[in-house]
Design a protein around this ligand. Structure first.
Ligand SMILES: [Zn+2]
Length: 508
């Protein structure tokens, strides 16, 4: 018999913020992400943001546990003239942590792992590790630090990982970004499975089926399962953005619908996808070539793809030579020569872009690598796209911003805007979507959808759980945990709904 304690420090009754602590002899965290809802309850970018570990603990964004954080117990010392002179260190003693397993590279699953102390090993797939490293390399840094400050261990899928009393099998699964992983954790023959986020209908759906089959062939004591697509009953049908008729059933259907929309458009096509959904990028890129058009790719996505090219995951992307690359906006400090030009015209300052100067290192690296400079498009020349609108598909990740820039270049935009992102699941998401629609209307573009979800549908989830038949089911990553009871109907599975931060003891 195994006595296991489980505490969800985040990730229950909400989508995201997974921080699930297993405790037996030692402690093991499943994910260590940021809770969007808690963050939004207390903070607002850019003026009200957490600035220290204490802020994060006080607002429940991270658990208040000793021995966990690298800068805990350190505070500045000032002298009588209020000058900072030293730091006091009350280093907390090390606790018995076996490690942290990260399911995938979405921030709601990993964001706060940079705060953890070095003696706590962190494991994740090599692709998740790579995506997080590239994200950090191409983003602004803050006091939280990034993956370059910590040791990340890449999982070896071909063998068990032993962390103290936990024997861990890792399974690649399909999700809306590559590298997602599910886990089966065994303690003396007691099995705990954790899904992370997953789906069957992506281009790597087979991997999720392999995970499921493995679980079906073993006795699963506890299944900790995501339930993103389960919605509280009252809001199920009254939200136009979650209307299921806009969501397709597979990536293949996304491709077919996209090709159809492109073939019916004689002018510009814009496709709006999530930042790190590189499988979708691959689909849209290949389909764009099939349609005889050229894909215009944001420089950040092109930079990632170029890095992936030399690695296993990048092998079946089309050649980077087939795209045009849209450079970031780049406003630099004004120098004397530029100041003189402006002054000679009687001007103080105007906004203008700088082609190369002040560009970020990663973007310069990409620009140097592209031998044919015709491949590069920068914001002042954006209007050129519209000289031959039927030649291109523009791939965007921040659609409203792109339309703002495009509108600056020309007044006359004709074309189709295809939305390929997850449906909004909260009020902020809806507001963002509303603003995007305003820009689409301002540009007089047709608005269409071509998207399939990153998660299991309600029916798939019910079937998945039923087929595995765990003794205990713990819903996470869902706003409607009580709905699991409804979708599973008359079942012998003990569905255990956890309260956030409350510790539950299981005798398994
Ligand atoms: Zn996810």
């Amino acid at each position: 018999m195994v006595n296991l304690k489980i505490t969800a420090h985040g990730g229950v009754n909400e989508i995201g913020g997974n921080q699930i602590l297993l405790e037996q002899e030692s402690k093991l965290f499943l994910d260590f992400g940021i809770s969007f809802s808690t963050q939004k309850n207390f903070y607002e970018f850019p003026l009200l943001v957490p600035g220290s570990l204490t802020d994060l603990i006080n607002t429940n964004l991270i658990p208040n546990l000793s021995g966990l954080y690298r800068n805990a117990g350190i505070s500045p010392i000032y002298d009588k003239n209020n000058l900072f002179i030293d730091v006091s260190k009350k280093i907390e003693k090390e606790e018995n942590y076996a490690g942290v397993l990260i399911s995938h590279a979405h921030v709601d699953h990993y964001y706060f792992f940079t705060l953890l102390r070095d003696y706590i090993p962190i494991y994740l797939s090599s692709l998740s590790k790579r995506i997080i490293e590239l994200k950090d390399e191409t983003s602004y840094k803050n006091w939280r630090g990034d993956s370059s400050n910590i040791n990340l261990n890449a999982l070896d899928f071909s063998r068990d990982l032993i962390l103290k009393e936990y024997t861990i099998k890792s399974f690649p699964v399909d999700h809306s970004l590559p590298g997602a992983t599910a886990f089966l954790i065994s303690i003396n023959g007691t099995n705990i499975a954790y899904t992370g986020d997953m789906r069957f209908h992506g281009i790597r759906g087979e991997t999720t089926r392999t995970f499921k089959n493995y679980l079906m062939n073993h006795d699963i004591d506890v299944l900790i399962s995501e339930g993103t697509k389960l919605k509280p009953e009252k809001t199920k049908n009254d939200d136009p953005y979650t209307d299921s008729k806009n969501i397709l059933n597979s990536e293949q259907e996304v491709k077919e619908k996209f090709i159809n929309l492109v073939n019916n458009e004689k002018n510009l096509v814009i496709y709006d996808a999530s930042y790190y959904d590189f499988d979708r990028l691959k689909t849209i890129w290949k389909a764009t070539i099939e349609c005889g058009r050229i894909l215009i790719l944001p420089s950040k996505q092109a930079y990632f793809v170029n890095k992936f090219m030399s690695e296993d995951y990048g092998k079946d992307f089309p050649d980077l030579k087939t795209v045009k690359i849209l450079l970031n906006s780049n406003k630099g400090r004004i120098n004397q020569r530029e100041k003189d030009i402006l002054e000679s015209q009687g001007l103080d300052n105007i906004y203008f872009e700088s082609w190369k100067k002040y560009r970020k290192t990663w973007e310069k690296e990409l620009m140097n690598l592209i031998l044919n400079s015709d491949q590069l498009i920068w914001k002042p020349a954006l209007g050129e796209i519209l000289d031959d609108p039927d030649k291109y598909v523009v791939f965007v990740v921040d659609g409203a911003r792109f339309l703002k820039d495009l509108k600056k270049s020309t007044n006359n935009i004709i074309g189709t805007y295809i939305y390929g992102k997850a449906e909004a699941f909260d009020i902020e998401g809806e507001l963002k979507f509303y603003k995007l629609k305003q820009w689409v209307n301002l540009c007089k573009l047709k608005f269409k959808y071509a998207h399939s979800s990153g998660h299991l549908s309600e029916e798939e989830l019910a079937r998945f759980i039923d087929d595995i038949s765990p003794k205990i089911l713990i819903p996470v990553h869902t706003e409607a945990p009580e709905r699991f009871k409804k979708i599973l109907g008359n079942t012998s599975i003990n569905i255990k709904l956890l309260e956030k931060k409350k510790t539950y003891q299981f005798n398994l």
